[in-house]
Write a protein that binds this ligand. Structure first.
Ligand code: ZN
Length: 423
């Protein structure tokens, strides 16, 4: 562990620390009149237990967009050292201003993540997410720097060069958006690059939903162990939590973040073990403290017991989907990741896919699943896959089989759903 005294803090002390920091966060946020107004009269009540936190109103993405750029920021502008932001497809971006303390906090939680994934002295980290307004690149950079690892800050794209440098500079840790390893594998295949010439041992992958089946493909092809790391611009980037070698859920750093899992519709708390929407509060962030932020991510608390790795911080399930990327087709709800698992369990089908929803001229909807597969798949594999999807999800998509490389590759996060039904 990077900070054993904190990462294995006994539960009672962790709870007490959280309560103290929740009080402090509330007081800090309410210094900003706009934030105080948002929180409302509930803020005045006594916070006796962490359960009392549930009295406070939720903070939504729309609240943060509406606060563009700094209406809910809580430190004087002169204290801001950096802005990171998330690009929405519509409306204002969500801007997160970082103080010096926030950058240090980011480095600390990211260093913990590296160590949880097995980083050690002498490791060489190739950072493939972009350095810019997106949080990925800098987050991995700060954590690696804190641990004095060797950094290759190449950023996004240039896959061919990525492979060459990875090999020649002896990269042992790959930091990436979850589907980027697929691009590495694909380009290696196209260019006859020998993947066994790489020295990668660990991959830290995040920023997208990815299934255990996709993990198996990445681990097999690249000969490494892949860890799911979580985080978002609003929480201060990657580093909110990560899996440990026990692979029994994602540890959420509870001395820095307080989490609740709620019913996505009613907002009522969900008991541990039950899936719902993740609601996060920050405990140590200064520039943009979050109070009960609705993340839209679906997960559940797997356990609050001490993990086999010795850490006491609670474990969340890997994110199953987002409340806003749930697809509703003819009354059936499903998540792209469920389709992904079914595709990958069908021999001959590749990991790239796209779900296309269309409205036919007659007014009825069509669900087309475009996949890349080996020659001959259309005759036997496609009907079998269709049957599996029908059994598992009660959906009967049309399946379009394409040659390897035919689907468009997005420069950042993969585009898994194209919905042309509206309008
Ligand atoms: Zn653990």
């Amino acid at each position: 562990m990077h900070q054993p005294a904190l990462e294995a803090l006994p539960r009672e002390r962790l709870d007490a620390l959280q309560l103290e920091r929740l009080r402090r966060t509330l007081a800090w946020a309410c210094v900003n009149p706009a934030y105080a107004q948002h929180v409302g009269p509930a803020a005045a009540g006594d916070l006796r237990t962490t359960a009392d936190w549930g009295r406070l109103p939720f903070l939504t993405k729309d609240d943060l967009r509406g606060a563009y750029p700094f209406a809910l920021a809580c430190a004087p502008p002169a204290a801001f050292r950096r802005v990171q932001m998330s690009s929405g497809t519509t409306g204002n971006p969500i801007v997160n201003p970082y103080t010096q303390g926030d950058i240090a906090q980011w480095a600390e939680v990211m260093a913990r993540c590296y160590v949880a994934a097995g980083a050690r002295a002498g490791d060489v980290v190739q950072i493939t997410p972009s350095f810019g307004l997106f949080t990925g690149g800098f987050g991995f950079h700060y954590g690696a720097e804190r641990l004095r690892l060797q950094i290759v800050p190449i950023g996004a794209g240039r896959t061919s060069l990525q492979l060459t440098l990875m090999r020649d500079l002896g990269a042992t840790i790959l930091a990436a958006i979850a589907t980027y390893p697929l691009r590495l594998i694909e380009v290696a295949r196209e260019e006859g690059f020998d993947l066994s010439s790489l020295h990668l041992r660990v991959a830290m992958l995040g920023s997208e939903m990815w299934s255990d089946d996709l993990r198996a493909v990445i681990e097999r092809e690249l000969g490494l162990t892949a860890f799911d790391i979580i985080g978002m611009t609003e929480t201060g980037g990657p580093g909110l939590g990560i899996e440990c070698p026990a692979r029994a859920g994602i540890h959420l750093w509870e001395d820095h973040y307080f989490c609740e899992v709620v019913d996505p519709i009613s907002g009522a708390p969900r008991p541990d073990g039950t899936e719902g929407e993740l609601v996060l509060s920050t405990l140590t962030r200064q520039g943009l403290p979050l109070i009960r932020y609705r993340t839209h991510d679906l997960t559940r608390v797997v356990s609050r017991a001490v993990c086999d790795c010795g850490r006491t911080h609670l474990r969340l399930d890997r994110f199953r989907g987002r409340t806003d990327d749930m697809v509703i087709y003819r009354g059936v709800n499903f998540y792209p990741r469920q389709i992904e698992s079914l595709i990958l369990s069908q021999p001959g089908a590749g990991p790239e896919y796209q779900i296309v929803l269309e409205r036919a001229p007659g007014g009825s909807d069509r669900l087309v699943l475009c996949i890349e597969a080996q020659p001959g798949f259309a005759a036997h594999g496609a009907p079998a896959l269709r049957e599996r999807i029908k059994t598992a999800l009660a959906l009967t998509p049309e399946i379009t089989v394409l040659a390897a490389g035919a689907l468009p590759r997005a420069p950042g996060k993969a585009v898994r759903v194209v919905d042309r039904r509206a309008g």
